[in-house]
Design a protein around this ligand. Structure first.
Ligand code: SAM
Ligand code: SF4
Length: 333
């Protein structure tokens, strides 16, 4: 199929339209969260990572094919040199409704203003613990005050929305759920709790021991703060199911890939830092966009359109049987 016309959309064989691209700008990170990465990660050599120009070309192709929202992610997007410039270029693409970013917040104190000026409209900031010692242990060397300073810097520069993300691990940080919600309420931010996914083996971390279902977290938050159904609907949104905290300007989202499959409404794909178009987070179906970009760039859009036929119906995760060997940091969260 050749298709360079404006009215070609990305529709898979189950009738789902892809409108949301998560673009990983690097596999590197300035933290080493124990559930995300191994301690001795080997990162990609520069030659295998897409250049900023190639990433812009990927963004342009997807928007021409109906994608309305791009999330810059990683690894840690803010460690990629030139990421603000990339944001600026992507932010100017006609037809892109939302440019957003997921970050660990460590460098936000410095980058919040340039990102906002570049056209990034929303931020997701990950914070799994508010306690200095535990944060350091969970991230292997992070300083939680850097992240809190980053969150407060982001609040000052007027992003349209800032959402916190926390992965709750049984026996590690599950006693901080209420503190994290209170932290979000105090700052009038939203917060999502993410179930841990079995992506990549990590020697020092046994996923079957830490897995936790969001239902118990939801019940806990509801008992303490009161939750009502949220009317918040965002067609290009991620998989978070939102509840409103009674009497507060905070929504609590639950991203439950393990216990509440949301694949039927999947509207997104990912591109890794090396240009691999992943059609599903929990499967290996993919297309090598770097090869297309470097050897036959004129085929970029038609190859993306054709790849939709390979998008799997759903993910099947089993924490006892880790079949996806790529880590979340290499995938683009
Ligand atoms: N470095 C940035 C950050 O931490 O926000 C962006 C990339 S990170 C891979 C994106 C999100 O994925 C983070 O919220 C992180 O907690 C989450 N994550 C990492 N590994 C995960 C896993 N195995 N299961 C569920 N979420 C995971
Ligand atoms: Fe880095 Fe984000 Fe993975 Fe933590 S979750 S190691 S901050 S990529």
């Amino acid at each position: 199929m050749t298709s360079n016309s404006q009215d070609t959309f990305l529709i898979d064989k189950f009738g789902r339209q892809v409108r949301y691209l998560r673009l990983s700008v690097t596999d590197r990170c300035n933290l080493r969260c124990t559930y995300c990465m191994a301690e001795d990660m080997t990162f990609l050599p520069k030659s295998r990572v897409l250049s900023l120009e190639e990433m812009e070309a990927v963004g342009r192709a997807f928007v021409a094919l109906g994608v309305e929202k791009i999330r810059l992610t990683g690894g840690e997007p803010l460690v990629r040199k030139g990421v603000v410039d990339l944001a600026c270029r992507l932010g100017q693409i006609d037809g892109l409704r939302e440019l957003v970013m997921t970050t660990n917040g460590v460098l936000l104190d410095e980058y919040a203003r340039p990102l906002r000026d570049a056209g990034v409209r929303r931020l997701n900031i990950s914070i799994d613990s508010l306690r200095a010692d535990r944060f350091k242990e969970l991230t292997r060397f992070g300083v939680v005050d850097d992240v809190i300073r980053g969150i407060d810097a982001a609040r000052k520069v007027g992003f349209e929305k800032i959402k916190l993300n926390a992965v709750v691990l049984k026996g590690i940080n599950d006693d901080e759920v209420l503190d994290l919600v209170q932290f979000a309420i105090d700052r009038e931010l939203d917060i999502s709790f993410i179930e841990e996914m079995p992506l990549g083996e990590i020697d020092s971390h046994e996923r079957t021991e830490t897995a936790m279902a969001n239902l118990s977290i939801k019940e806990l938050v509801d008992r303490e703060f009161g939750l009502t159904q949220s009317t918040f609907v965002d067609l290009a949104s991620g998989p978070s199911r939102y509840m409103q905290v009674v009497g507060a300007n905070t929504k609590v989202g639950f991203i439950s890939p393990m216990t509440d499959n949301f694949c039927a409404s999947c509207n997104r794909v990912r591109v890794t830092a090396e240009g691999r178009l992943l059609l599903c987070l929990g499967n290996e179906h993919s297309l090598d966009l770097r090869e297309v970009l470097r050897s036959r760039p004129e085929d970029l859009k038609s190859e993306i359109v054709n790849s939709m036929q390979r998008k799997p119906q759903k993910h099947e995760f089993d924490p006892r049987d880790i079949t996806i060997t790529r880590h979340m940091s290499a995938t683009g969260g």
